[in-house]
Design a protein around this ligand. Structure first.
Ligand SMILES: [Zn+2]
Length: 252
């Protein structure tokens, strides 16, 4: 059976002499794994379409529940990301996180749009990396079913709580302690709280259309990152690599 679908390559693993196994986040079938034969040879016609972070039109052949790439044509390769190691590392982290949330045989167009818009914001719109990272992380957590409670402190009802409780997934006041909860709490400023509300409640098309100064962005990004990891119960090697690049940059 042939399957035609558009999808983003989230992961690639080299196998045999010249082949790769690729994970593709497709619009129609959710996450799939397909074998790309001969793709590591320099003249392979499907090479650019099957590389990490390429968004391509795939023609897949299914036989005994295994998929093979028959044809593939790149729609958007995000070349700008490939030219800068830091951007590519961040893109790889986004790909790894979405692959944890995505499921086989469960199409989720919102997930596909979220990561494509994030890559577009990094590559084409040149939005600040931490802004894209933070907005993406929180929105992904929400899409994965972990919508945080940001309206008011669940204990006293205050409108501007100054902590975010990672395991509870709620903004709370420093002095308020919901029953039976002793999770990690991170400090948040009113500006960061407003940004979190914006990220969760805005139209997806406007997700990256806000501004924050660098200090606030750093706070936001560390909260959204910790929240995503806490809720997914997962750590990410690609994130460690991205952060190691940032640190190196700061030392220089
Ligand atoms: Zn309170």
């Amino acid at each position: 059976m042939y399957i035609k679908t558009a999808g983003l390559v989230l992961r690639e693993v080299e196998i045999n002499e010249a082949d790769k196994l690729i994970d593709i986040l497709t619009r129609d079938r959710g996450l799939v794994t397909a074998k790309a034969r001969g793709v590591r040879r320099s003249r392979s016609p499907i090479k650019s379409a099957c590389q990490l972070l390429a968004y391509s039109e795939f023609n897949l052949f299914e036989y005994r529940e295994k998929l093979t790439v028959q044809e593939a044509e790149p729609i958007e390769q995000f070349r700008e990301l490939r030219d800068e190691l830091e951007l590519f590392a961040l893109g790889s982290y986004l790909a790894q996180t979405v692959s944890v949330v995505a499921q086989e045989d469960a199409p989720n167009p919102e997930l596909v749009s979220l990561i494509l818009n994030a890559l577009y914001a990094l590559a084409k719109l040149r939005k600040p990396q931490l802004l894209v990272k933070a907005a993406y992380e929180l929105r992904l957590a929400r899409l994965a079913g972990f919508e945080p409670e940001l309206e008011a402190c669940p204990v006293c009802g205050a409108q501007t709580p100054d902590r975010f409780d990672l395991s509870l997934g709620a903004a709370v006041c420093a002095d308020c302690h919901p029953e039976g909860n002793a999770g990690i709490r991170m400090p948040i400023t009113p500006t960061v709280l407003d940004a979190m509300r914006y990220i969760c409640w805005c139209d997806g098309k406007k997700l990256f259309s806000f501004r924050l100064d660098e200090e606030q962005l750093k706070m936001l990004s560390s909260v959204t990152e910790a929240y995503l990891m806490t809720q997914l119960e997962h750590s990410f090697s690609t994130l460690d690599f991205y952060k190691s690049l940032l640190q190196y940059g700061e030392i220089l």
